[in-house]
Structures are given as structure tokens and as C-alpha cells.
Design a protein around this ligand. Structure first.
Ligand code: GLA
Length: 397
């Protein structure tokens, strides 16, 4: 069943807030602040952020809720409702790793590295962003926790600094050399809008996304590729290799964003074919994202959807970050011309969700067909999430 009503979404947010808040009060016997931190979608612009290109994300109505209060000590006591685990540590015991607490430790470290003296907090959190689904649950985790600490201790960190702190946690604690898109989207999201983010200047332009006849549906392949972070770092390294050769002919090139396709052609004999293909995809994707923004500005969602399909096949055949499950989902979408305007794998890749722009009247028929074919091929059911574009990280009032 696709969750489609805004009322069920609000109801879910309320129940999550209530349960996190009541667990906090019974464990810590005081009043917390409550912070909502959303996950994100990305309409177009994949693997372009770390090449200083453009992306087009939006924050969505899947989120973490944090209840946090200071505890007048140097101890952090953090309870994850979803893992039913309480972790206590102080700032001399920050460690890298891939578990939720390491991301939060990375946030603490990032804040301290900016010269702020942190004291301890008590915290309870829970969320409904599916993990490993390409919706940036880790970015939401870091953004929400950083926002709460910033609010409580009045550090006056900007949203951009909080995004950087989240990225610091990913790079130095989780070992993923991600770009800035996910953290930025979680922090800067706006209701009923996506935004075009220039990942060099870090300026954004909100693009109203108000198409009442369209549902933005995520279809979760439920594939979680164990090597995703290594492969992600490898793609980034291929882009950097391309840049280092491009710079020999034009030192002003600092990132792939600065190069043209012609310049890339010129260095083709001096790089591997694989590096060439990866870099070419990125240049095309940066261009596609700018083109996509122009189409959204005039409300041409049908042409926009075609660009999403182009992105998908580029990610699949050239950048090689898709998987057979995502490819099948996009193939099925293509059998619904005019009803599914666009579909593609979303996020870092190697599984996770596809994002689909579906006409509401075709929703039932489309999801039935997807389910049928997916189950017949992979012997498991995909999950469907209907998403609304929402406000970024905020205090619950
Ligand atoms: C992950 C990263 C982002 C971005 C996307 C691909 O979500 O965290 O920074 O690179 O992959 O577009």
C-alpha cells in the first residue's frame, strides 16, 4: 500500500514525536527540545556534488526525531529507540566506525574542531527513513544532532556550517568521501520545493515543485550493496584522476565542473577509457541538471522526466553505480509512457531506491505491475514510499 495522504504523514510525524518525547521524559526526567531532521530525495544531478557541479535535491517527509537536553556533565547519553540501545561516552572517547554512534561522535568532533567547547547531553532519537535506501538517513542523523547541539549551547553555527560538520562526520568517522548534497538538503529543504544547488558557490535557488497530479514515489529495491562506500570512493578517485590530467593542459581546472567535453576529448589518449567514461558522464550530468532546472522553471515536467531516464542509463552503463534491480524498475517505468514521466536510480547507487514521477491516476496500476514483475524476477517485494517535499531540519514547536 502506498502511503499517500498528507494526514497519515502528519499523524506519523506526531506519533514519532510523542513517542521519542515520552521515552526521553521517562528515562531522563526533564523537558527536552525536539528536533525534526528529514531525509532527502534528489530529482537530478547524481555524483556531481563532489565535482563541484549542480544537484537538485529536496528534503522529504521521512525523518529522525531527536529529544535532547543538557545534563551539566561531560557525558553524552544517547538512546536509539530503533536499536533499543543506550550509548554513553565522553569527548575523549570519540571513535570512527560505521554504527550510528560514530556518526554522532563525528558531529561532536566537527563542532569541537571549530573551537566550541561542548558539554554533555542526554538524547533519545528515532526515525522512519529507511537505512541504505539512498535517502540519506546518515546525513539526517548528523544534521539533526548538530542542529540540536547548536541550539542548546548557542554556538551560532550557520546551517552551512552544520552541513559541513555532517560531511566531516562522513569523511572522517564513517570513511565515505561524500559531497555536500545530502547534508545541505536535509538542512535547507523547503515545503513544496526542490532546489538547484551550486556545489561550488554553495548557493541555491528554490524551484517550486507543485504538481498536484503527480506523485513522487520511491521504490526501494531493498538491495544494500556491502561495497557501496568503497565503490563510491573509487568513483570519486576516477574523477580526481581525470582532473589531474586536465590540469596539465589548463591549470585553472580545479574540478570536473571547470572542464568542457572538448577538453576531455583532448586528454582521452592519456587516461584510461574507464576514467574517460566516468568523467564524461559527470560533465553531461552537470549539464543535464542545469537543463532540468530550466525545464522546472517553466513547469515542463514531461521533458524533465526524460532527462531523469537519461541520467539513469548514464549511471547504469557509464558510471556503473546501478544494479539489475534498479535497472528492472526503470525498464518497467518506461512501459508507462505519459503515466510515469521519469524514473531513475537515486543517490550513491548500488541498490537503494528509484525515484519515479507518476501520474496519480496511474499509481495503482503501476505499483501493481512493478510488484508483479519484481517478485517474479527477484523473489522479493519492493517497498513503495510516496513522498512530500518538506521543510529542512527544524525545532518541533
Ligand atoms: C551520496 C553522497 C552524496 C552524492 C550522492 C550521489 O548520497 O552522500 O554526496 O555524491 O551519493 O549523487
Amino acid at each position: 500500500m502506498i502511503q499517500s495522504s498528507i494526514f497519515s504523514v502528519l499523524y506519523f510525524e506526531m506519533t514519532l514525536v510523542q513517542s521519542v518525547s515520552s521515552i526521553f521524559k521517562s528515562k531522563f526526567e526533564k523537558e527536552p527540545i525536539l528536533v525534526i531532521a528529514p531525509g532527502r530525495i534528489n530529482l537530478i544531478g547524481e555524483h556531481t556534488d563532489y565535482n563541484e557541479g549542480f544537484v537538485m535535491p529536496a528534503a522529504v517527509d521521512k525523518h529522525f526525531v531527536f529529544a535532547v537536553a543538557p545534563n551539566d556533565s561531560h557525558q553524552f547519553n544517547i538512546f536509539s529507540k530503533d536499536y533499543n540501545t543506550l550509548i554513553s561516552f565522553n569527548t575523549s572517547a570519540l571513535k570512527a566506525g560505521g554504527e550510528w554512534q560514530h556518526y554522532l561522535m563525528g558531529v561532536i568532533d566537527g563542532i569541537q574542531q571549530r573551537g566550541h567547547a561542548l558539554k554533555g547531553v542526554d538524547c533519545v532519537f528515532s526515525g522512519d527513513i529507511p537505512g541504505g535506501a539512498g535517502m540519506s538517513s546518515s546525513a539526517a542523523l548528523c544534521s539533526g544532532f548538530g542542529f540540536a547541539l547548536n541550539h542548546i549551547f548557542e554556538f551560532n553555527l550557520t546551517r552551512l556550517e552544520l552541513a559541513r560538520i555532517g560531511q566531516h562526520a562522513e569523511h572522517h568517522f564513517a570513511g565515505v568521501k561524500c559531497g555536500i548534497m545530502d547534508q545541505y538538503a536535509s538542512l535547507f529543504g523547503k515545503k513544496d520545493a526542490a532546489f538547484l544547488l551550486d556545489c561550488r558557490s554553495l548557493e541555491h535557488e528554490y524551484l517550486p515543485f507543485h504538481f498536484p497530479e503527480i506523485e513522487v514515489v520511491l521504490i526501494d529495491t531493498k538491495v544494500k550493496h556491502a561495497l557501496a562506500s568503497t565503490a563510491y570512493n573509487d568513483r570519486r578517485a576516477a574523477c580526481e584522476e581525470g582532473v589531474s590530467v586536465l590540469r596539465k593542459s589548463r591549470p585553472a581546472i580545479h574540478a570536473l565542473r571547470d572542464a568542457s567535453l572538448q577538453e576531455l576529448e583532448l586528454i582521452r589518449p592519456f587516461i584510461s577509457e574507464d576514467v574517460f567514461i566516468k568523467c564524461r558522464f559527470v560533465l553531461q550530468e552537470i549539464h543535464r541538471t542545469q537543463h532540468g532546472a530550466a525545464l522546472l522553471r517553466v513547469g515542463d515536467l514531461s521533458s524533465f522526466g526524460k532527462l531523469m531516464y537519461e541520467t539513469h542509463w548514464g549511471l547504469s552503463k557509464e558510471y556503473e553505480v546501478s544494479c539489475i534491480e534498479s535497472d528492472l524498475l526503470v525498464d518497467i517505468a518506461l512501459q508507462f509512457p505519459g503515466e510515469v514521466l521519469g524514473a531513475r536510480m537515486m543517490g550513491g547507487g548500488f541498490g537503494g531506491c528509484t525515484i519515479n514521477l507518476v501520474r496519480k491516476e496511474a499509481l495503482e496500476k503501476y505499483s501493481q505491475k512493478v510488484k508483479e514483475k519484481y517478485v517474479a524476477t527477484f523473489k522479493k517485494e519492493p517497498d513503495f514510499y510516496s513522498t512530500k517535499l518538506m521543510q529542512g531540519v527544524h525545532l518541533h514547536s
